[in-house]
Design a binder for this molecule. Structure first.
Ligand SMILES: *[C@@H]1O[C@H](CO)[C@@H](O)[C@H](O)[C@H]1NC(C)=O
Ligand SMILES: *[C@@H]1O[C@H](CO)[C@@H](O)[C@H](O)[C@H]1NC(C)=O
Ligand SMILES: *[C@@H]1O[C@H](CO)[C@@H](O)[C@H](O)[C@H]1NC(C)=O
Ligand SMILES: *[C@@H]1O[C@H](CO)[C@@H](O)[C@H](O)[C@H]1NC(C)=O
Ligand SMILES: *[C@@H]1O[C@H](CO)[C@@H](O)[C@H](O)[C@H]1NC(C)=O
Length: 253
């Protein structure tokens, strides 16, 4: 008699157990698929369709800066990116000084000088005019000054002053703004607009660690969001049934 009760209790327990598991599996299967992450802004595509910014895009590619910037743009939990892009005719009209006599390292610095390792919306630039020089991706002495002149954002590179003429893309974490002139860093081209004689190209500048902000990609790859667990109240009921069965089993034995 005792044996039969024992057998019965065991079967009961197994049934409850499998029911719990089945319920758990069903709940897991039913939970909706996690919402897909929004696609990161594709810098190549942005510069391809607007502009024309083909010259700047070619420089981004030839100096390998594009990968650095796209990596920064891809980080959803990072600082973001602000990029200033001159149109093709800004490069054409850049005669004296020109970019043609720069070393590869200097050219890369000039291109990195057009990017800030932080996302700024157009309205943020008003604030930036109060904080003073802003660090660019080129690092070190390669800073830009922003001034708000009756609603127009002026950008000063030390060598030249230009303005933001339009917004190509502005949605965190990526801002791309068209500027009227190529930004020439003081650190390479000297302190000011030349009067008559062109400033002699600076000797090979010592170059600060330009790639530093882009090296850390580890936090970019995050696992997919965890699947939803069955509701805790259901789990409580299951555990309760388990406990009761245990008591029953003990009392039978
Ligand atoms: C980015 O855009 C370019 C040009 O439209 C395209 O060739 C490239 O495949 C795109 N890259 C990604 C990752 O979507
Ligand atoms: C940026 O993200 C896109 C889409 O997720 C991916 O195809 C591309 O390889 C990434 N690029 C970099 C430089 O991380
Ligand atoms: C570039 O260098 C060449 C020769 O090395 C020189 O003739 C030319 O004037 C230089 N251009 C500029 C813009 O400095
Ligand atoms: C800009 O400055 C104002 C006050 O000067 C401040 O309230 C606001 O939070 C600042 N915005 C940003 C993005 O720093
Ligand atoms: C930026 O402004 C500071 C003063 O606030 C000045 O000392 C510096 O030379 C300026 N730099 C550029 C690149 O305009």
């Amino acid at each position: 008699m005792k044996n039969i009760t024992y057998l019965f209790a065991t079967i009961l327990l197994m049934l409850i157990c499998s029911s719990c598991n089945a319920q758990k599996k069903a709940t897991l299967a039913q939970s909706p698929a996690p919402a897909p992450e929004p696609e990161p802004a594709n810098i190549t595509h942005l510069l391809d369709v607007a502009g024309p910014f083909h010259t700047f895009l070619k420089y981004l590619e030839s100096t390998n800066v594009l990968g650095t910037l796209q990596t920064q743009a891809n980080k959803t939990d990072g600082e973001g990116l602000t990029l200033f892009v001159p149109k093709d005719d800004s490069f054409t009209s850049l005669k004296n000084p020109s970019l043609s006599n720069l070393t590869d390292t200097q050219l890369k610095q000039v291109i990195l000088f057009h990017a800030l390792p932080h996302f700024y919306s157009l309205s943020d630039f008003k604030n930036l005019s109060k904080v003073g020089p802003v660090q660019t991706f080129a690092g070190g002495a390669y800073t830009l000054n922003f001034t708000d002149v009756s609603g127009t954002v002026q950008v000063s590179s030390g060598w030249s002053v230009t303005k933001i003429s339009s917004s190509v893309w502005s949605a965190a974490p990526v801002g791309v703004y068209q500027i009227d002139m190529v930004l020439l860093p003081e650190a390479i081209f000297g302190p000011s607009v030349p009067s008559v004689a062109a400033p002699p190209p600076a000797p090979e500048a010592h170059v600060p660690a330009a790639d530093a902000p882009s090296d850390d990609t580890s936090d970019a790859d995050k696992g997919p969001p965890a699947t939803k667990e069955p509701s805790s109240s259901y789990r409580v009921v299951c555990s309760l049934v388990f406990a009761l069965s245990g008591v029953l089993l003990l009392s039978v034995i």
